[in-house]
Design a protein around this ligand. Structure first.
Ligand code: NIG
Ligand code: FE
Length: 397
């Protein structure tokens, strides 16, 4: 990103040397270790991108110098699964669940009623608040789904709101069948007029393939219609029980399939063979008191694993990837390094993004500074707000 004028190198962007980094997590895929850790490190940001990474002692000069005092620096979290566009809350449903009720997908309809009644401004300010929460906890890229509108108008405006905050928007008209229509009528609406209205604001199409929501044929129809309209597919599957969703995702060669809580051996084999990423959402099992997905089994089988928040008002109202990392390490057999990698580099891959999740020259300078010496502290100090600073596209927030 520099040009030469009269023999002098002129940088297009102001450069900043971030130095005295105790541990720098680069996620460099060429490194010997999973996280590509550099100790006693420095990093140069130029414009919006990383320009140089290495040992602090070897660092080049820059326009500005920031000393982080031996703290750890990591790529910003890439949260590849959230449902932030909604109104109201379901705190009473949560309380009832903690008193013994079980989670059911039907609760989604409560949020649909509140979302339809909200103004665009209310939805926008609510998303802004949740995105700010995420940023404060280290998330620099977030995927946001629709799915609480479930009408042509409300799905389209949900996505228009989401688009103000991220390029990673997902049309989830196929969340549940709303009241007053048959499943057949609703799938026809989702794959027809609703898709037409939503597609201009969406990059992805998703469906909730689960008993009580959509079966495999319906989910396939939604993903195929979306693909014909230029949207790439992702899927909610095997959250509440075993089912065909994970195998459908593998068969269609989707980049990611999310939840993956109840898996049979054939599902694990299909994921390994297709390379489809299993995105695990441990905040859901925490908040619904369900058994956690077995990350260790997936990793040992050679399946690629990402972690995401699934932030939504029903099954999991957390915006915190540090919490998800702590749960994945404590409850799902992941090492701290695997969990951090899954919430950064693998989150980026689950969104098919090359530019984020990795801190090497040429990639976007989206990063966090921890009030801790290493990434391990994210799991070792659960519940403690360790994210001290966040940089987005080369600038501190
Ligand atoms: O990812 N699984 C479907 N959708 C959400 C839950 C939505 C809700 O309960 O409101 C999820 O868990
Ligand atoms: Fe979800």
């Amino acid at each position: 990103s520099s040009t030469t004028e009269g023999g002098r190198s002129i940088s297009e962007g102001f450069s900043t040397l971030i130095t005295n980094i105790g541990e720098l997590v680069t996620n460099d895929p060429g490194a010997a270790d999973l996280l590509g850790v550099v100790e006693d490190a420095a990093l140069v940001v130029e414009g919006s991108a990383v320009a140089w990474v290495g040992r602090a002692a070897d660092a080049p000069a820059a326009d500005e110098r920031v000393d982080v005092g031996g703290r750890a620096v990591l790529p910003g979290f890439v949260d590849s699964h959230s449902h932030l566009v909604f109104a109201g809350d379901r705190a009473q449903e949560f309380a009832a669940r903690m008193a013994g009720e079980s989670y059911a997908a039907g609760g989604i309809r409560t949020t649909v009623a509140a979302t339809r009644a909200a103004t665009d401004e209310q939805l926008t300010s609510h998303v802004a608040r949740l995105v700010a929460e995420m940023r404060a906890q280290g998330t620099t890229t977030v995927e946001i789904k629709s799915g609480y509108g479930l009408s042509v108008r409300d799905e389209a405006r949900s996505l228009a709101v989401a688009r103000q905050f991220t390029e990673e928007t997902t049309f989830l008209g196929a969340h549940v069948v709303p009241e007053g229509v048959t499943p057949e009528e609703y799938v026809a609406l989702v794959t027809g007029p609703m898709l037409e209205a939503a597609a201009p604001y969406a990059r992805w199409v998703d469906a909730f393939c689960e008993r009580g929501a959509f079966d495999a044929d319906q989910a396939r129809a939604v993903l195929e219609a979306g693909a014909a309209r230029g949207l790439r597919g992702r899927l909610h599957a095997n959250q509440l029980g075993p089912g065909p969703g994970v195998r459908l995702a593998a068969e269609l060669g989707l980049v990611a399939v999310d939840h993956c809580t109840y898996l049979e051996d054939a599902d694990v084999d299909a994921l390994r063979e297709s390379g489809t990423i299993a995105t695990l959402l441990p905040g859901v099992e925490f908040s619904t008191r369900q058994p956690y997905p077995d990350a260790r089994r997936l990793l040992d089988a050679g399946v690629r694993v990402a972690l995401a928040s699934d932030c939504n008002p029903g099954s999991c109202f957390t915006s915190s990837l540090p919490l998800c990392i702590a749960l994945a390490v404590r409850e799902m057999g992941m090492t701290p390094a695997e969990a951090v990698h899954a919430a950064t580099s693998m989150g980026a891959r689950a969104l098919d993004r090359e530019d984020v999740g990795v801190l090497v020259p040429g990639r976007r300078a989206d990063l966090m500074i921890l009030d801790a010496p290493t990434h391990v502290h994210l799991a070792y100090r659960p519940g403690v707000p360790l994210v001290r600073g966040v940089w987005l596209a080369g600038r501190p927030l």
